[in-house]
Design a protein around this ligand. Structure first.
Ligand SMILES: Cc1cc2nc3c(=O)[nH]c(=O)nc-3n(C[C@H](O)[C@H](O)[C@H](O)COP(=O)(O)OP(=O)(O)OC[C@H]3O[C@@H](n4cnc5c(N)ncnc54)[C@H](O)[C@@H]3O)c2cc1C
Ligand code: SF4
Length: 333
């Protein structure tokens, strides 16, 4: 591992100032915040991330979870994934989020991993993690061996000629359907970014994955308060039953009228896009319809219109359709 400075930030302002300083980095950002470390330290050991400075943010008191006065859920950036998944407010009103977290990683990892760290984890594309391979995300301009290589697990939505890597976060997919907002403290002040605008498509610069700038500290995430009668769930399809990333996943939420029609529906997909994938136009199509396989399948078609399969992952289109239909059926019958 490359030597680095470790700073334990005593307060947010120091963390942001330290985060914005410039240091030598042979790869990745020159300064990285350290939360649970379950992704960052892995990547530093592999030499994929080589920051000159690491800023520990675990003493900033950013781990609270509570309901705000306006009814929205406040989730601190360093709240541990386990604490969030098992929190009574989350289990009671945000089932898809609780299920998504518990479908990821392992108990030990979830005990250490944090909210912001989970949202900011890097792709699991095997070429990205292998320094012997070219990779435009790790070393811009070096090429993308996945396009002509092993791409079964990779994306079919939001891809570019430079990168087809999936975003691996289960939590982000579930947060999408609760209209999550990411709250950021930066050198120029505080700002709020809807999660739907937080991740950027790879285009020609797959090394840029989100709208954060140097020094930007995620302080917390808020979720909108759920409507009365809304039900939600998370369905994750993968090669083995646990400790595995998604081939396809769907977070779905639905509310029915008294006569059984769909009053509102929201859904997002994981394992299929270069960012968590939500298409509001597909959701609008469901409103007013009776819940049925056909209605859910038609919505899936709209969501998948732009899909561009690679050589090994064309199966994801049909798998995604079935995942969406099955997840909605589970909560609308
Ligand atoms: C074997 C294994 C299996 C896994 N399986 C799954 C899975 O199935 N599903 C899934 O979703 N995840 C899975 N994960 C990923 C796991 O969820 C992440 O490693 C974890 O959530 C990252 O959180 P962390 O707090 O440890 O982040 P860290 O490693 O500390 O940080 C990750 C990144 O976020 C940045 N960061 C952290 N906090 C902030 C902040 N407040 N502001 C700005 N930047 C910040 C860091 O600088 C770093 O770049 C798996 C991980 C492992 C190792
Ligand atoms: S898909 Fe993206 S992360 Fe994977 S090798 Fe290509 S450029 Fe790198």
């Amino acid at each position: 591992m490359q030597p680095f400075d470790l700073v334990r930030a005593p307060d947010r302002r120091t963390a942001v100032a330290e985060g914005a300083t410039s240091h030598t980095a042979q790869q990745g950002a020159s300064v990285r915040f350290l939360a649970g470390g379950t992704t960052l330290v892995d990547l530093m050991k592999l030499g994929v991330e080589r920051p000159g400075r690491v800023v520990d943010i675990n003493r900033l008191g950013l781990d609270d979870i509570h309901k705000q006065a306006n009814g929205d859920l406040f989730i601190g950036a360093t709240a541990r994934n386990s604490d969030l998944a098992h929190h009574p407010l989350v289990r009671g009103s945000y089932s898809a989020l609780s299920q998504a977290i518990l479908a990821g990683a392992s108990t030990q990892l979830r005990n250490a991993a944090t909210t912001a760290g989970n949202l900011l984890q890097r792709t699991r594309c095997m070429y990205f993690r292998d320094l012997a391979s070219a990779c435009n995300k790790r070393a811009p301009g070096s090429g993308c061996p996945a396009i002509a290589g092993t791409n079964r697990m990779l994306a079919i939505l939001g891809t570019s000629e430079a990168c087809i890597a999936t975003n691996p976060s289960d939590m982000a997919v579930a947060m999408m359907v609760y209209d999550a907002v990411v709250h950021v403290q930066g050198v120029a002040g505080d700002r709020q970014v809807p999660l739907v605008d937080f991740y950027v498509l790879p285009g020609e610069r797959p090394d840029i994955e989100n709208v954060l700038e140097a020094g930007d500290l995620v302080t917390h995430v808020t979720l909108s308060s759920p409507s009365t009668g809304e039900r939600s769930t998370y369905l994750k399809l993968r090669d083995r039953a646990s400790y595995e990333f998604a081939l396809i996943s769907a977070a779905v939420a639905i509310r029915l009228t008294n006569d059984g029609a769909i009053a509102s529906a929201r859904f997002a997909l994981g394992g299929i896009g270069t960012r968590p994938w939500r298409v509001t136009e597909a959701e609008r199509e469901l409103v007013g319809q009776a819940p049925s396989d056909k209605a859910f399948r038609d919505a899936a078609e709209i969501c998948l219109e732009e899909a561009r399969p690679q050589s090994q992952n064309g199966f994801k289109i049909e798998l995604a359709r079935r995942c969406i239909v099955h997840a909605f059926k589970q909560i609308s019958q």
